[in-house]
Design a binder for this molecule. Structure first.
Ligand SMILES: [Mg+2]
Ligand SMILES: [Zn+2]
Length: 193
């Protein structure tokens, strides 16, 4: 990765953006069923020098449905899969808490985003947050990210709610692949001027 071109950050929600929503929680690696072209999208972004991270609410731990160790295993397996495609995932931040805990990391709070922003000392000049729920977007807005709602996962259902909220920098995309194309072209355009 070109270090000097690398000050661009993408934070992805996981469930409903990268992988399909499951009827229950994702508790085994095989539950992670990828949305069509989502891995291609991540690969394209990676080739264009974006730091790619994931911020995901995983209250299944707080609800005692799975153990932290199991979730870490799912994630390390996912990272391995990406590595085979030549993608280095920058960081996976997750909130393990039960919603009643009222922690600072469960989206719409910005704690997971802050965790990711803290890792690098330099300032990211371009920041994108991609989610399928209004809670993802609210967290991103608090830290001035450009926002993308994808229509996969809960996205289609949340569309009206998101429109009512009148976010400042928001784009609506069919899926992660369309979102990645938008970001890459957006970047090319802004370099042009
Ligand atoms: Mg989601
Ligand atoms: Zn939390």
């Amino acid at each position: 990765m070109n270090y000097f071109n690398g000050k661009k950050l993408i934070i992805l929600d996981r469930d409903g953006v990268i992988n399909k929503l499951s009827r229950y929680y994702i508790i085994r690696r095989h539950d992670l069923v990828f949305i069509k072209k989502s891995l291609l999208a991540i690969s394209n972004l990676s080739k264009n020098n974006y730091f790619i991270s994931i911020a995901t609410n995983q209250s299944c731990i707080g609800r005692k449905i799975i153990k932290k160790k199991q979730l870490d295993e799912i994630h390390s397996n996912f990272k391995k899969k990406l590595k085979k495609l030549g993608i280095n995932l920058f960081h996976i931040a997750y909130c393990p808490h039960h919603p009643l805990k009222n922690c600072n990391c469960r989206k719409p709070k910005p704690g997971l985003i802050d965790e990711i922003l803290k890792i690098k000392y330099f300032k990211f000049t371009e920041k994108w947050l991609i989610g399928d729920n209004i809670t993802d977007l609210l967290a991103g807005e608090l830290r001035n990210f450009n926002l993308i709602l994808v229509k996969t996962g809960l996205g289609e259902k949340k569309l009206e709610l998101v429109k009512q909220k009148k976010f400042k920098n928001i784009y609506i995309c069919k899926d992660l692949k369309e979102a990645s194309d938008l970001i890459i072209n957006y970047d090319k355009k802004s370099n042009f001027f």
